[in-house]
Design a protein around this ligand. Structure first.
Ligand code: NAD
Ligand code: DAU
Length: 352
C-alpha cells in the first residue's frame, strides 16, 4: 500500500515522513516543490530507502499529480504543502493565494477524478487528509474558551485567510462530490527540522550566534505549543480512524506567552551551552515592532480528538522544548546548511 504526501520536505511533512517510515512499511510518495522551506537534507537518512519516493513537483500541476495517482494508486493523500509563514504572507500574499488556495483546489480536483475511478474496497477506504491551522479561527481574548471545531472562521492574516479558503474548498468537495476528506486544525508546532525563521528555532540560533532575540510588541501574545511528533501521531490517528467529512482540532494543552517561551529557551541554553562571558542569554532579548494585525491568543480545545479517537499529546512543553534545544545543539550540519543557504546549492545541483 502507498500514501501520497505533499510538502513532505518541509518542517511538519518531513517529520511525518520520517516517523511514518520508522513505524511502518507502507511506501510514501512525497511530492514537494522545494520552495525555500523545502529541505531534502531533512530526509537524507531515507536516500537509500525504496519506501520513500521523492517527486519534485507542484500541487498546482494537475497533469503531474494525475500521473502520480495513476502510477502509484495511493490509498490516501495527506496535504501538508503550503506557504506557511505569517510574516512572509504580510510582505507578499500572492504565493499564499496561489499555493494554499489554487493549489489545494487543484489537488482536490485530481483526487476527485482519481477517487471516482476507484471501485469497491479501494474507493471505500480512500481518504484525503488536509492539514490546516488554528489561525483560521482568528484571535482569542484572555477570557475566551479555546477554539473548538464549531468556532466560526475569522482569519486575520493573508496566510490564515488562504488556509481558511482551502478548508472551505475541502469541506465543499465532501458535501458536493462526496470526496472522503478529513481536516485537522493544529496549533503552533515546534521540534526538530524547524526552519529558523519561526520563533523557536530563530531564538535558539540567534542566541548561540550572539545575535538579538526579537520579541514582537510586548511579547504577551499566547500560542498553544505542540511538539511536532505529537502532531504527526495525531495525523496518523485521524487518517486511521477519523470520520470522513469531520474536522479535528489538534493542540498541545500548552498555552505560553511568547516572552515566557523565549525566557525558557534562554534558561535551557544557560544550562547546556553557557555564554563564554558568563552572562545570561536573556540579555540578548530585544523588543521590536509588532507584527501588523498580530493575533493576541490562540488555544486549542483538543477534546474531540481525545474523546472520539483516543489521542493525547505525549510531550509537555517542558519536555518538548528541552528535546528541541538539545536537537539544535547536536545537529550543527543541518543548521549550518540552512543558515548559510547551502542546502539550496545541493537542491540546485540535484534538481537544476
Ligand atoms: P513548511 O513551510 O515548513 O513546509 C511547507 C512545504 O511545502 C515545503 O517543503 C515546501 O517546499 C512545500 N511546498 C510549498 N508550496 C508547494 C507547492 N505549490 N507544491 C508542492 N509543495 C509545496 O510548513 P510546515 O510548518 O511544515 O507546515 C505544514 C502544513 O501544516 C501547512 O499546511 C501549514 O499551514 C500547516 N500548519 C503548520 C503549523 C506550524 O506550526 N508549522 C501549525 C498548524 C498547521
Ligand atoms: O498557529 C499555527 C501557526 O503557527 C501555523 O499555522 C503557521 O504556519 C506557523 O508559522 C505558526 O504561525 P505563528 O505566526 O504563530 O508562528 P511564528 O513562529 O512566526 O511566531 C510565533 C509567535 O512569535 C507569534 O506570536 C509571533 C512571535 N514572533 C515571531 C518571530 C518570528 C516574535 O515575537 N518574534 C519573531 O522574531
Amino acid at each position: 500500500m502507498t500514501i501520497l504526501v505533499t510538502g513532505g520536505a518541509g518542517f511538519i511533512g518531513g517529520n511525518f515522513v520520517l516517523d511514518w517510515l520508522a513505524s511502518q512499511n507502507e511506501t510514501i510518495v512525497n511530492l514537494d516543490a522545494l520552495t525555500y522551506a523545502g529541505n531534502l537534507e531533512t530526509l537524507q537518512s531515507l536516500r537509500q530507502d525504496a519506501r520513500h519516493v521523492f517527486v519534485h513537483g507542484d500541487i498546482g500541476d494537475s497533469e503531474r499529480i494525475s500521473a502520480l495517482l495513476r502510477e502509484h494508486r495511493p490509498r490516501a493523500i495527506v496535504n501538508f504543502a503550503a506557504e506557511s509563514h505569517v510574516d512572509r504572507s504580510i510582505h507578499g500574499p500572492g504565493d499564499f493565494i496561489h499555493t494554499n488556495i489554487v493549489g489545494t483546489f487543484n489537488l482536490l480536483e485530481c483526487a476527485r477524478e482519481y477517487w471516482n475511478g476507484l471501485e469497491g474496497g479501494e474507493r471505500e477506504a480512500f481518504r484525503f487528509l488536509h492539514v490546516s491551522t488554528d489561525e483560521v479561527y482568528g484571535s482569542l481574548s484572555a477570557e475566551d474558551p479555546p477554539f473548538a471545531e464549531t468556532n466560526r472562521y475569522e482569519p486575520n492574516s493573508p496566510y490564515s485567510a488562504s488556509k481558511a479558503a482551502s478548508d472551505h474548498l475541502v469541506r465543499a468537495w465532501h458535501h458536493t462530490y462526496g470526496l472522503p476528506v478529513l481536516t485537522t486544525n493544529c496549533s503552533n508546532n515546534y521540534g526538530p527540522y524547524h526552519f529558523p525563521e519561526k520563533l523557536i528555532p530563530l531564538v535558539i540560533l540567534n542566541a548561540l550566534a550572539g545575535r538579538p532575540l526579537p520579541i514582537y510588541g510586548d511579547g504577551q501574545q499566547v500560542r498553544d505549543w505542540l511538539y511536532v511528533k505529537d502532531h504527526c501521531s495525531a495525523i496518523r490517528r485521524v487518517l486511521d480512524a477519523g470520520r470522513p467529512g469531520e474536522t479535528y482540532n489538534v493542540g498541545g494543552w500548552n498555552e505560553k506567552a511568547n516572552l515566557d517561551v523565549v525566557r525558557t529557551i534562554c534558561a535551557i541554553l544557560d544550562e547546556l551551552r553557557p555564554r563564554d562571558d558568563g552572562k545570561a542569554y536573556q540579555e540578548q532579548i530585544r523588543f521590536v515592532d509588532d507584527r501588523p494585525g498580530h493575533d493576541r491568543r490562540y488555544a486549542i480545545d483538543a477534546r474531540k480528538l481525545e474523546r472520539e479517537l483516543g489521542w493525547r499529546p505525549a510531550e509537555t512543553f517542558d519536555s518538548g522544548i528541552r528535546k528541541t534545544v538539545e536537537w539544535y545543539l547536536s545537529n550543527s550540519k543541518w543548521i549550518a546548511h540552512v543558515s548559510d543557504g547551502s542546502y539550496r546549492d545541493w537542491l540546485n545541483k540535484q534538481y537544476g
